[in-house]
Design a protein around this ligand. Structure first.
Ligand code: AMP
Length: 284
């Protein structure tokens, strides 16, 4: 497995790979790799000849007071996990390699970046879109693999790639969950044992929404009220939002129809957690 720390090294590796006629799948990550990331690697390996993983804790997507400094960075463990899972190359640049000078060029995906997490993390999606645009330009992959877990990130990146005619395909992979339903996340390790138990309330609220839709409920407010009731069972969980939106545009939907994203975010203690499901509801 090739480990590239510089842009020149990863570009040279990809150039050689493509010259040999191989397709390249790309999995961008911030490291602290877990089974969710591994599922993206497996999807990339199934669809492409070679897999490149990037490991970069991107400073421009963290706001002031967020967890940029404390974000886990177990690089040696991450490299071993990549190796075990058949990754062909890892791109693990430093901040100064990615941002060698004051960054004056930003990618802003209007509208799609604004609701949901955008309201609580100003600037976050500008940082995400900008770093993904840079990584796509650096790696030059055929396909990039993202998790449904970060639904708004997916919507932002898909819109950026479409609007800017970026020459790669975005592949979205299902959310990997713990046996009790909690979405796997690098941030789950911040939770105390009690918070870890309580965190399942998020997926229980999503399950409630799915049940209601299955039994014919179409009114978004009634569904979100029921979800808030479930979330209220854990008094320590501070809800940021419970939203039902169109899965592509992320616009609010008063009634459930078409491809609908049901998304929850909130805090348990100092840990911010998000989760979502996508439901295909009959259009009536
Ligand atoms: P991160 O390292 O948190 O930036 O995540 C890197 C990629 O892994 C993103 O595309 C995430 O959506 C994806 N990812 C994170 N957690 C999961 C999960 N539980 N299931 C599937 N994909 C995930």
């Amino acid at each position: 497995m090739q480990v590239a720390k510089t842009i020149a090294e990863i570009r040279a590796w990809v150039r050689r790979t493509r010259a040999a006629g191989k397709t390249v799948g790309f999995v961008p990550t911030m490291g602290a790799l877990h089974v969710g990331h591994v599922s993206l690697v497996q999807a990339a390996a199934a669809q492409c000849d070679c897999v490149v993983v990037s490991i970069f804790v991107n400073p421009t997507q963290f706001g002031p007071g967020e967890d940029f400094e404390k974000y886990p960075r177990p690089l040696e463990k991450d490299l071993a996990l990549c190796e075990q899972n058949g990754v062909d190359a890892v791109f693990a640049p430093s901040s100064s390699e990615m941002y060698p000078r004051e960054n004056l060029t930003w990618v802003t995906v209007q509208k799609v970046s604004e609701p949901l997490c955008g309201r609580f993390r100003p600037g976050h999606f500008r940082g995400v879109a900008t770093v993904c645009a840079k990584l796509f330009n650096i790696v030059g992959a055929d396909r990039a693999f993202f998790g449904q877990k970060d639904a708004q990130q997916v919507a932002v990146i898909q819109r950026m790639v479409a609007d800017l005619n970026m020459p790669l395909e975005i592949v979205v992979c299902p959310t990997v969950r713990e046996p009790d339903g909690l979405a796997v996340s690098s941030r789950n390790q911040y939770l105390s044992p009690q918070e870890r138990r309580e965190a399942t309330v998020i997926c229980r609220s999503l399950q409630r929404s799915a049940e209601l839709i299955r039994t014919g409920e179409k009114d978004a407010a009634r569904i979100t009220d029921q979800m808030r009731e479930v979330l209220g069972q854990v008094s320590a969980f501070q809800v940021e939002y419970v939203s039902i939106v169109d899965a592509a545009s992320l616009e609010d939907l008063p009634r459930v129809q078409g491809r609908v994203l049901i998304a929850v975010a909130g805090r348990l203690g100092s840990t911010r957690l998000i989760d979502n499901i996508v439901v295909d509801a009959a259009t009536k």
